[in-house]
Design a protein around this ligand. Structure first.
Ligand code: 6GU
Length: 231
């Protein structure tokens, strides 16, 4: 997958691509990326990228000129272009899967109050919100989207780990334990030491159901309904 990130603050984006599982995916050629600094496309001597909103009000808006020039330089008119914004549609597992099937994506990171609406109308295919709160950094939201998407590309993570994850079958994950067997006077659930695979599987399923019911009654109700449908 080829990722292009348009930003005024390339440092946190570059740092993310240089670390951990993403760095490995890049090294193995599963992901390629380029960071484009929107400021490089500002034309005045001060390389201004933001301005006050028409109609007044708080904050600043990203000017359309530099952004359009940056988008034109990376093929923004033909490549699926995502604008992370609290005003977008919710980012959930089905959209993650849809984006993971794309060969190429562009992400536009906003700052300040947002970007000029004419850029959205002309270039943006998906306005996506990662949750019901406001971040000051579009870069963080873009990286959340990128992280959720790239790990579902074939070869980045084993298929087994993906299938057992939260949200893939409507339930949250079961609890995990590793050595030592006693930590701070607390042991590990007996069944996990039993080597009895069927019992372990059943215990984990019970735990997932209980956890989902407690933490996410909304997911629990949906899971119950689809289970009853199947029966
Ligand atoms: Cl996508 N961007 C920003 N800046 N804040 C957010 C968001 C995105 N989603 C929720 N809050």
């Amino acid at each position: 997958m080829n990722l292009t990130i348009l930003t005024l603050f390339p440092e946190p984006v570059e740092a993310y691509f240089a670390s951990s599982i993403m760095a490995k995916a890049v090294a193995r050629g599963l992901v390629t990326y380029r960071c484009v600094n929107i400021r490089d496309f500002a034309v005045d001597v001060h390389r201004t990228c933001d301005d006050a909103p028409y109609g007044g009000g708080a904050g600043m808006v990203l000017k359309p000129g530099p952004l359009a020039a940056a988008l034109d330089s990376v093929g923004g008119d033909r490549i699926r272009t995502i604008y992370p914004t609290p005003s977008g549609r919710p980012f959930r597992a089905p959209l993650v899967h849809e984006l993971a099937a794309e060969k190429e994506l562009i992400l536009v990171c906003g700052r300040y109050e947002g970007i000029d609406q004419r850029i959205i109308d002309r270039y943006v295919d998906d306005e996506i919100s990662i949750g019901d709160y406001v971040l000051s950094s579009g870069e963080l939201a873009a990286l959340v989207i990128i992280d959720a998407v790239y790990r579902r590309i074939n070869g980045v993570i084993t298929a087994e780990s993906l299938d057992e994850e939260s949200f893939e079958d409507g339930l949250l994950e079961y609890p995990h334990y590793t050595r030592p067997e006693t930590f701070a006077s607390v042991g590990v659930p007996e069944v996990l030491l039993s080597g009895h695979h069927e019992q372990i599987r059943a215990w984990r399923m019970e735990q997932r159901i209980a956890k989902t019911r407690q933490m996410r009654p909304d997911l629990y109700q949906a899971w119950l309904a689809q289970r009853d449908d199947k029966e």
